[in-house]
Design a binder for this molecule. Sequence first.
Ligand SMILES: [Zn+2]
Length: 213
Amino acid sequence: MGGRGSGRRAGYAGRSTTEDSLPLDIRRLRRAGVLAPGRICGWQWTVNDYIRASIQIRADVWQVELTYTYTARQQPTECIRQVVMLEKTPCTLGGRRSWFRCPACARRVAVIYGAGRLFACRHCKQLAYGSQGEAADDRAARRADRLRKRLGWEPGILNGPGGRPKGMHWQTYVQLSAEHDALVEVMLHGMAKRLGVLDGRLSEIQRQFNGEP
Ligand SMILES: [Zn+2]
């Protein structure tokens, strides 16, 4: 799966199980020449010649910008632009190796996954979908998902916030979404603290989660 594409931006449908995740492997991007600074390319995931999803990648020296459309169930299609920072480490045989910095936890990784609304590392994806992760965060993730269910939002905090469900009282909506946002913040802080992420970075992540530019 995966390969260089024509630059089409078909976007991907809003399924959110980890089996459906779209892996983006920096080694493959590098081999395909996608990481050349200033370059803009399409990247797609195919299954039996059927294009499952595609994104546009704009490379820079220290970051890549991913552009794609995302449609959560019963939500309008969004155009998302996610910046992922790069890191380079020296190789034993000379040259430098590139890594992604996970946009959610700042971990250095070779592969990020587009399983929800945003791309993040395997650890964050598991945490966001409640299958694994640190116990406290896991509980918070389950509580967040229960709130998301009441709000009619797609499960997984990486899917971002949805709107007010039809027929729900404004007061209830404001209360539930505030509770949800507070939980997400606690989870992000917990992750960031364990991994030593700086505050500035965290507010940037928070903005991405909230879908702000
Ligand atoms: Zn992560």
